[in-house]
Design a protein around this ligand. Structure first.
Ligand code: SPV
Ligand code: MG
Length: 542
């Protein structure tokens, strides 16, 4: 997905947030979906909560999920978001080696850092009653884990969590351990408290800030105010806290919503009540970025069932007296080359409009290509506009016409890239335009809303004008290819072809379109129009 960025940069982002002088916030998430929702709300950091991830799977928050399972959940979260994720690593496992494996797995999953608490494995949730000092891990065991984790991956953020207040001990023990964990290499300390006010946090911060004032280095402090939620956030700013974790609010919100909706549907035996309580299905698709698929499909999948119309209806004879589309370039006719490009895109229905020497199309080479040949009997008095009308009338006479419909002049040799860009552009009609000012082949000039720049990410632009005279605003020259991507575009082009004089230039038709028209800049190494032997040589090199 487009979101998978460098893991290293996410760790750097998290470390920068911790070390900024601003109070920052991390929102709880426990799945890919909740992570997307939290990022969309504006959060710059996510907390992969152990409590929530366990609850989401129906497990207890007691190390019932193993590290591979946690890593998989984190991977889904990281795959679909861009912000750093701090993972709740519980105790870091039984020993230093489990803690190292945890860092390895979580960093591979795309997390930015992990937080480990100084309790014994298996731990239970800190907000449950009954945690006592006998549940605490030995300081040296915890320091060993922190050192091992930092040696495994120095970039990966390690936050050491103090459970002393949770276990009924005082600030001296919490402070003593915080210093030990900082010395072991922790990037930050999480001070946990479950009383209903912030007095323990304030007390701890007094110790920490007093050290800082004396010039000692002290790592950033992280807090989890689930139980002291009534404390004004400005207090935390005042104490110099670095990161606040809103630790379980998405899972709690979802539990209430699911309970209400399940009960309502069960009791009513109907969806009538529930429908008003829930998002429409389209919201799921939006959060899944389903919209992107349209663009991906257009870019990467064959179009299966499109149509193409090759125009050979005008006086397009070559020197040997055959229509130009039957001219050979490196032992293959132009028609054969165009047909094979179209077939590469899954386009099956291909028609050629013939004019002069229509009988030349009645040969085994053309029959083998499986194309329809429509003769424009009035070819002598008409331009490409007349041939286009002849072709479109035939193609639309049955209701099976499949879009996109690509029209190409019969003297063109072009690469797949031309067609793929035209099909992928989001517009009713897309035209191919060569930005090279030397190219004036059809003398039809296009003005786009931006000029071609070699380093631009996209070659697609909005078409402002197509005229038969070059102006100072012209940004390129029409190459003789039109891609009709919508039925709106098709009906407009058909109506205009009927209205204008069939001896008019194609630019007259294109210029009257009111639907969304875009151009694609196509460079000379992607197409050639065949006029003479030098063009044939150029086309052979494509
Ligand atoms: C979690 O969110 O899993 C935590 C925070 O560890 S707490 O539930 O308060 O222990
Ligand atoms: Mg936890």
């Amino acid at each position: 997905m487009k979101y998978k960025k460098s893991r290293l940069s996410k760790s750097i982002k998290l470390r920068d947030m911790l070390n900024s002088n601003k109070l920052e916030f991390a929102m709880e998430a426990h799945s890919g979906l909740s992570a997307v929702i939290a990022e969309e709300a504006g959060f710059k950091c996510l907390w992969a909560s152990g409590l929530s991830m366990s609850a989401m799977t129906g497990c207890r928050d007691r190390n019932e999920l193993d590290i591979s399972e946690v890593s998989k959940i984190v991977e889904w979260m990281a795959d679909h978001t861009t912000v750093p994720i701090l993972v709740d690593g519980d105790t870091g496992g039984v020993d230093y080696r489990s803690a190292q494996i945890m860092v390895d797995k979580l960093s591979k999953a795309g997390a930015a850092g992990v937080c480990i608490e100084d309790k014994l494995y298996p731990k239970s949730n800190s907000l449950l009653d009954g945690t006592s000092s006998s549940d605490l891990a030995d300081v040296t065991l915890h320091c060993g884990k922190i050192k091992a984790m930092k040696s495994e991956n120095p970039e990966f953020v390690v936050v050491a969590r103090l459970e002393e207040f949770i276990s009924g001990l005082g600030v001296q023990e919490a402070y003593r351990r915080a210093l030990a964990y900082q010395d072991a290499g922790a990037d930050a300390i999480l001070v946990h408290s479950k009383i209903k006010n912030d007095s323990q946090i304030r007390e701890f911060m007094e110790y920490w800030n007093s050290d800082k004032k004396k010039g000692f280095k002290r790592v950033p402090i992280v807090i989890v105010p689930t139980k002291y939620f009534q404390t004004p956030t400005d207090n935390f700013r005042e104490y110099g806290v670095s990161l606040v974790i809103w630790a379980n609010h998405n899972i709690r919100a979802s539990i209430e919503a699911m309970q209400k909706v399940s009960k309502d549907i069960y009791e009513r035996e109907s969806l009538v009540g529930a429908e008003k309580m829930i998002v429409p299905v389209s919201e799921i698709f939006r959060l899944q970025h389903d919209e992107d698929m349209k663009e991906f499909d257009k870019k990467y999948s064959p179009v299966y069932g499109g149509t193409s119309l090759i125009l050979s209806g005008t006086d397009s004879k070559n020197v040997k007296g055959v229509p130009k589309v039957l001219e050979e370039v490196d032992h293959r006719t132009i028609l054969d080359r165009q047909v094979s490009v179209y077939k590469n895109f899954g386009i099956k229905r291909i028609a050629v409009v013939s004019g002069q020497d229509s009988d030349k199309f009645d040969c085994s080479e053309v029959r083998d290509l499986d194309v329809d040949v429509y003769c424009n009997n009035n070819w002598e008095n008409e331009t490409e506009v007349g041939s286009t009308l002849t072709g479109l009338l035939r193609l639309t006479s049955d209701c099976n016409l499949k879009l996109p419909l690509i029209i190409s002049y019969g003297d063109l040799v072009f690469k797949d890239s031309v067609v793929s860009q035209m099909i992928a552009a989001d517009a009713d009609i897309v035209i191919g335009v060569d930005p090279n000012p030397q190219v004036k082949r059809y003398n039809e000039f296009v003005t786009g809303d931006r000029k071609f720049e070699r380093l631009d990410q996209s070659n697609v632009f909005n078409v402002k004008e197509v005229v038969d005279k070059e102006t100072s605003d012209s940004t390129g020259s029409f190459i003789g290819m039109i891609c009709i991507n919508s039925y709106k575009g098709l009906s407009q082009i058909l109506d205009i072809c009927k209205e204008v004089d069939s001896r008019d230039r194609m630019c007259k038709v294109l210029n009257q379109l009111t639907c969304k028209v875009k151009g694609v800049y196509v460079t000379s190494n992607e197409w050639v129009d065949i006029n003479d032997m030098s063009d044939v040589n150029l086309a052979e090199g494509l």
